[in-house]
Ligand binder design. Structure first.
Ligand code: PLP
Length: 224
């Protein structure tokens, strides 16, 4: 059994049934993805459009590809034909583009709004206020090719686990307030994508439904 296979089996063995696992395969070769595929795993995530489209073309058709990284509007067209979920919707303009490309491809694209919960400047996403303003100003009927499925957030990269927990709590309470507000009509608003290799346990305790795990399954990434 390979290291990747062993790590995956250990990870899945401990994971509560109701939590969805997106295996983040960025920088990893297609062979590593195939190892998990052969174990029955189908949901993979990438953070770059070029890598996502390249891998999707050389791997089995029934893989569900999630886009988890920052998405430029001019690149939506490359992933719109096949992407299973976009976790990183961070502006109305991007939402409009996804609607347009969904229509061209005659499909409805699952989307999450990315919310900026970390204290680092570099992470993308709406502030809570910006997201509420957006939701107050758009009509779901104008987006028949977008299915709003929930929220995504990334916590601050820190050893301070209480800070991480507070950020996840904030995302969960924003999620609840949107879901429970009758003014917003998103019947599929059910997912909170939060938790990565270093903080997924806290994320699950705080109500995550979907975790995005890379290094803990595929091993450390090497950038050069
Ligand atoms: C890389 C990445 C992950 C996975 O990170 P790990 O720490 O390797 O688990 C999750 N979400 C996003 C948006 C990423 O870019």
């Amino acid at each position: 059994m390979s290291e990747t296979e062993k790590r995956y089996r250990d990870f899945i063995g401990e994971l509560p049934d109701k939590i969805k696992l997106v295996a983040i395969s960025k920088t990893k070769p297609v062979d590593d993805i195939m190892e998990l595929y052969e174990l029955g795993h189908r949901v993979f995530g990438e953070n770059k459009v070029q890598e996502l489209t390249g891998k999707s073309e050389s791997l089995p058709r029934d893989i569900q590809w999630h886009m988890v990284g920052h998405l430029q509007r001019n690149k939506v067209k490359y992933i719109a034909p096949f992407v299973s979920m976009i976790h990183s919707v961070d502006s109305q303009k991007l939402l409009n583009t996804i609607e347009k490309e969904g229509e061209k491809n005659e499909r409805c694209i699952d989307c999450l709004f990315q919310v900026h919960i970390a204290s680092e400047e570099t992470k993308f996403g709406f502030s809570e206020e910006e997201l509420i303003t957006l939701l107050d100003n758009i009509n779901p009927e104008d987006y028949p090719h977008v299915r709003v499925k929930g929220l995504m957030g990334m916590a601050t990269f820190t050893e301070d686990l209480e800070k991480v927990r507070l950020e996840f709590k904030k995302l969960k309470s924003l999620f609840d307030s949107i879901r429970d507000n009758p003014a917003y009509n998103y019947p599929e608003f059910k997912e909170i994508s939060m938790g990565m290799s270093n903080d997924y346990k806290i994320a699950i305790e705080e109500g995550s439904t979907m975790i995005r795990i890379g290094s803990l399954i595929f091993g450390e990434r090497k950038y050069h």
